[in-house]
Design a protein around this ligand. Structure first.
Ligand SMILES: Nc1ncnc2c1ncn2[C@@H]1O[C@H](COP(=O)(O)OP(=O)(O)OP(=O)(O)O)[C@@H](O)[C@H]1O
Ligand SMILES: [Mg+2]
Length: 291
């Protein structure tokens, strides 16, 4: 992330307890809630990504429908993270492309894609370790600030209003992911599970249409995985569309509406969890895999 955050006020350790039942509305203040699975939100079209001689993604086509939780699975090295990277502007496709609401993402820079509505978390947690949990989320909200350089330099009233708003919204998001009690704790000092949740809050702060989660349960124990499933369901119920990369089959089968399977960069299946579970091609792809 290259954008420099507007420095938020650090919350006092004795700050009042987080917000209550209006949290969801506050977190979703400017977003239309649309839970029904509907039209195509994202279209991945013949997406191919090559690294030298290696074809990491090979002519992959699938849609993500508005309001769904779509699983993206496949053995190690199948191309799942590469797909996220191509969707979020980290890698340029070698051919093919990605449409968001019918419009090509083209060669947009990462922050432009974030603003257009695709947010992600990373396979390895990436947070601003020196900042508090709340500050990390406010960084995500920063894209929404309307105050320009002059406003930031001279601390105009509008900045304070926006900052207040950002802190309220940041707290609401921390509450939403269940870590509001750690708002004032440095991100690097948070337990691992909290860091993962914080990453999700930060991604949600950009108010995405699509939230991409790259192995959010990696390193979680069964109880934490259960809580994460609940959180993902809540996120969807709140109107977000979710693309989930995850190796834990129980979690994937338990939370997704549909699953796309990659193997060696190619799509080998696309269907309902119950069908994917029994698909001989998918089973064969996973034979010999630890999971
Ligand atoms: N920047 C890169 N340069 C060269 N090769 C890469 C790069 N990124 C990914 N690859 C290769 O592309 C292939 C797909 O990698 P990718 O990380 O997308 O797999 P994945 O499905 O996310 O795997 P995992 O489940 O292990 O995270 C692998 O062979 C990987 O080594
Ligand atoms: Mg990966």
């Amino acid at each position: 992330m290259t954008d420099q955050p507007v420095s938020p006020a650090t919350p006092k350790p004795d700050a009042p307890p987080p917000l209550d039942s209006e949290v969801a509305q506050l977190a979703a203040a400017e977003r239309e809630i649309a839970v029904d699975i509907g039209d195509k939100l994202v279209e991945i079209q013949n997406l191919t990504v090559r690294f030298g001689g290696l074809t990491a993604l090979d002519d992959v086509t699938f849609d993500i429908k508005r309001g769904e939780i779509l699983g993206l699975i496949g053995p190690n090295g199948a191309g799942k993270t590469t797909c996220f990277n191509a969707m979020t502007g980290v890698y340029r496709p070698s051919s093919g492309g990605v449409l968001l609401e019918g419009e090509p993402i083209g060669r947009s820079k990462q922050h432009k894609i974030t603003r257009r509505g695709i947010a992600r978390t990373f396979q390895n947690v990436r947070l601003f370790g020196e900042m508090t949990a709340l500050e990390n989320v406010v960084v995500g909200l920063d894209a929404r600030h309307k105050v320009g350089v002059w406003g930031s330099l001279f601390r105009t009233p509008r900045l304070y209003r926006e900052e207040k708003n950002a802190i309220d919204r940041g707290m609401a998001l921390l509450e939403f992911v269940g870590i509001a009690d750690k708002a004032a704790v440095q991100a690097s000092a948070l337990p691992y599970g909290y860091q993962r949740r914080l990453e999700i809050a930060r991604a949600l702060a950009t108010d995405p249409k699509l939230l991409c989660l790259d192995e959010p349960a990696a390193g979680f124990n069964p109880a934490e995985k259960e809580e994460l499933m609940e959180l993902i369901r809540t996120i969807r119920a709140d109107g977000y569309t979710v693309l989930l990369i995850e190796h834990d089959m129980r979690l994937v089968m338990g939370v997704t509406d549909r699953i796309v399977v990659l193997e060696f960069g190619k799509k080998i299946a696309d269907g309902l969890p119950k069908d994917i579970r029994n698909d001989p091609t998918v089973i064969a792809a996973y034979l010999g895999e630890e999971d």
